[in-house]
Design a protein around this ligand. Structure first.
Ligand code: ZN
Length: 253
């Protein structure tokens, strides 16, 4: 399932061209939402291209439990660099586009950081427990394979990188803003880089499978104000947990 991934492809085009289309334009599919008739239970009925949302057997997010420790799993090499960030309110989340040059290496393959975005509340659960929010760092290899790194955020101390980003949150769908001072997405990663990994999908239409997930074990914090600021924009922008269908979940530590 490495075929055409419309969302990410056009984000790149938008980045190169200097314009930032909304997610509705990116997917060129039917309009969807997080509630009501266009909500997650109906995604697959909205557009044939969204069929995997109901019929896929490797959907995300899932509840992380019963993971098998695999000491042969390699650490994720992070090569995130600082730079100016562009924020886009897609109508489904706030998406941050970093300048080109940030990437990870997993299993000897380079995956470029394409964008990262937020869900409120968090999407992936660990032993049944959801976090207050999460970040999804979306990466893509030269061959088009998608790797997403999930970082769970819970209420606690303020996060300095989020403080910089939140000053520039675009309030309306389609709006963009730019953080001109240099900041590094690395400030949104936990110090301990242990992870759980499994094979899943995009968590929003078209729910494309063939996505490798890494959920960081250590959680990060954000302040109550930071949590409320995002929650005021997106009260709920998360998909409900999907059946694991017996998928193998591995733990690096
Ligand atoms: Zn996401």
């Amino acid at each position: 399932m490495r075929g055409f991934l419309p969302g990410v492809g056009i984000v790149l085009l938008g980045f190169v061209g200097g314009s930032f289309p909304t997610l509705a334009q990116q997917t060129s599919g039917a309009t969807w939402s997080y509630d009501g008739k266009q909500g997650p239970l109906n995604w697959s009925h909205l557009d044939p291209a969204y069929s995997a949302c109901s019929h896929g057997k490797e959907q995300s997010p899932i509840d992380i439990r019963g993971a098998h420790l695999d000491k042969n799993l390699q650490p994720i090499e992070f090569h995130y660099i600082a730079g100016p960030m562009t924020l886009t309110n897609t109508g489904h989340t706030v998406q941050v586009t970093p300048p080109a040059g940030s990437y990870i290496v997993v299993g000897g393959t380079r995956y470029d950081l394409v964008q990262f975005h937020f869900h409120h509340p968090g999407e992936e659960a660990v032993k049944g427990k959801l976090s207050d929010m999460n970040i999804h760092f979306v990466h893509k290899s030269a061959e088009g394979k998608i790797v997403v790194i999930a970082v769970r955020l819970n209420e606690g101390n303020p996060n300095a990188v989020l403080a910089g980003l939140w000053e520039h949150l675009p309030k309306t769908a389609g709006a963009t803003d730019k953080v001109s001072e240099s900041m590094s997405p690395a400030g949104l990663l936990p110090a301990d880089r242990g992870y759980w990994t499994y094979e899943g999908s995009l968590t929003a239409p078209p729910c494309t499978e063939g996505v490798r997930w890494f959920v960081m074990e250590q959680q990060m914090e954000l302040s109550r104000d930071q949590l409320r600021t995002f929650g005021a924009l997106y009260r709920v922008n998360s998909r409900m947990l999907q059946s694991a269908h017996g998928r193998k979940i591995e733990a690096s530590e």
